[in-house]
Design a protein around this ligand. Structure first.
Ligand code: HEC
Ligand code: HEC
Length: 491
């Protein structure tokens, strides 16, 4: 692949520049990424061996940005490789999931999109969910029996990475089209588009989206008279495009023409303050093969949350707002960011305005819940599937220790140690290995934000229940799993 071939170049160049600069500097051996076998003589720095350039933290800087290759050449090579890359991902998805649409007859998202019924993850040959649940994590691992759909999911083109938007969104906003890659997951496993908008401050209004996608062209007419002037300015900034790694004016971009396509807006991914399911790679991991795919989380209900980012754990919404454009937009690579047009937001007059608006975004209504966030016993019979599911959630299924009411998050991170069930393995450029601690996402309104988990590997709520039944070794019956899903839909 072209992107791969280039990584050789881009890795080598800054490394070479760096080593030239430090030759003669007595600390040279300290910054080489491979430590020398014997203690270095500080007066005689070791000569680097150029035959094998080390993996570099600067490997995102592309030759197109450095003028080594022209836009037309880069695009031609990307286009030539596109079909093979997409076929590779389709094969992986087909191996892992049954992607047939099974829309629920009665469970719907706020604006009417039916929820997909799973599980979608395929079982290994001769297995059932019940048989798997009887096995120890060690046995599952040794015999390679963990369902592949429960493994970390690679980005549609993991080696290239970058922001990628679902087709329905690209259709409406063609400026978000990448010529090198199309989104991989089918429509039925994505949130409704456009999603509803609920404000904590104006609950009386219900959904204020007017069924539209909030953009720089319509935000004023949608929010004028509902928000104050400061928050209107916050929305303006959230729907304004700013340069990003794949969407910018330089030759190193993945959009056709730079005119009018100078970047992305926060609400391109967090559409209407929720999510379109747009995907990306976590910026703060190297090498590329270890970076996690990350599915855009909803911003609904960030006001009750204390940690932001699945693994980054920034402590305030203000910090995350600032961090997105400074680091995440550019893969944690401030060198390319400087060249492509970084947009540092001013803390007092911009970050706060944008954050305040995010703090007003509410979860969708859950009419079945009482003041304590649990099912209202006046509305559900003791033996209803919802009540049975709630009892399991707080009891045998062991969900509530990490997802307590009323918002169904403990605002912590947990290491589920999923790697107890699989050997380290590589799929389409992603090394699936230990994932470490991940944020406990809240489950209020969870029916509206498939696919699930930080990387979107679980396509339906049924998949999340099967997944946790193995991880927590709770041995739920088929009936119990159904009740649990019914409860999750009521949240
Ligand atoms: C790729 C499209 C994309 C764009 C554009 C984008 N985000 Fe995000 N956002 C994400 C993803 C993916 C995450 C999850 C990050 C992680 O898990 O580390 C995220 C996380 C967040 C979070 C933390 C949410 C949580 O539940 O932990 C906040 C807050 C946020 N973004 C705000 C913004 C703001 C403000 C902007 C504009 C400055 C923005 N985002 C632009 C995709 C995007
Ligand atoms: C040990 C703590 C823990 C327990 C117990 C637990 N969860 Fe979670 N849950 C998490 C964490 C952490 C995540 C995020 C994982 C990720 O993104 O990789 C999560 C994510 C989820 C998600 C996806 C949320 C989203 O927006 O993507 C669902 C649904 C969920 N859990 C349901 C359950 C259910 C149902 C149970 C009980 C059967 C349960 N959880 C038990 C910690 C836990």
């Amino acid at each position: 692949m072209y992107a791969l071939a280039n990584r050789g170049w881009s890795r080598w160049l800054p490394w070479a520049v760096m080593t030239i600069v430090v030759v003669g500097w007595t600390g040279a051996s300290m910054i080489q990424s491979k430590p020398p076998d014997k203690p270095a003589n500080p007066l005689k720095p070791e000569k680097p061996k150029p035959a094998e350039p080390p993996v570099s933290s600067y490997d995102q800087i592309s030759p197109a940005l450095l003028g080594q290759v022209g836009f037309a050449d880069m695009k031609a090579k990307d286009l030539a490789g596109k079909a093979a890359i997409e076929a590779r991902q389709k094969k992986l998805l087909d191996e892992r999931y049954d992607l047939t649409a099974h829309p629920s007859a009665d469970a719907k998202m706020t604006r009417g999109k039916p929820i997909s019924v799973g599980p979608t993850a395929k079982l290994p040959a001769d297995q059932t969910w019940e048989k798997l649940a009887e096995m120890s994590p060690d046995d599952v691992k040794t015999n390679d029996l963990f369902p592949k759909g429960f493994l970390p999911l690679p980005h549609p083109h993991h080696e290239a990475g970058g922001m990628l938007f679902p087709q329905a969104e690209v259709k409406l906003l063609p400026r978000l089209e990448r010529f090198d890659l199309d989104f991989d997951l089918p429509e039925q496993f994505l949130p409704e588009f456009p999603p509803a908008i609920f404000l904590t401050t104006r609950k009386d209004l219900g959904d204020v989206s007017q069924g539209k996608v909030l953009t720089v062209d319509n935000f004023h007419e949608i929010f004028d008279g509902i928000l104050n002037a400061k928050d209107l300015e916050g929305v303006r900034l959230l729907v304004t495009q700013f340069p990003q790694q794949q969407f910018n004016a330089t030759a190193d971009r993945k959009t056709d023409k730079p005119e009018g396509k100078l970047g992305v807006a926060c609400f391109d991914c967090h559409v209407n303050g929720h999510t379109s399911g747009a995907t990306h790679l976590a910026g703060d991991i190297r090498p590329q093969s270890h970076r996690r795919r990350i599915d855009t989380p909803s911003l609904r209900g960030v006001y009750i949350q204390r940690l932001f980012g699945s693994q980054r754990a920034l402590k305030t919404i203000e910090d995350f707002t600032e961090f997105e454009q400074r680091a995440a937009y550019f893969d944690g690579d401030q060198v390319s960011a400087a060249a492509k047009g970084i947009n540092p937001l001013e803390r007092g007059s911009q970050v706060h305005f944008m954050s305040e608006v995010q703090e007003l975004l509410d979860f969708p209504p859950a009419p079945g819940l009482g003041l304590d966030g649990k099912l209202d016993p006046k509305k559900f019979k003791e033996d209803s599937p919802e009540m049975r599911g709630q009892k399991l959630f707080f009891g045998k299924a062991a969900c509530a220790s990490c997802h307590p009411a009323p918002f169904y998050t403990d605002n912590l991170m947990h290491d589920l140690k999923v790697e107890r069930f699989y050997k380290t393995q590589t799929h389409n450029g992603l090394v699936a290995t230990a994932q470490g601690p991940i944020k406990t996402f809240p489950l209020r309104g969870v029916k509206e934000s498939p696919p699930y988990f930080h990387d979107g590997r679980l396509l339906t709520l049924e998949d999340t229940v099967e997944f946790f039944n193995l991880i927590l070794e709770t041995k739920l019956t088929a009936e119990e799993k159904k009740d649990l899903v019914t409860f999750l839909i009521a949240l």
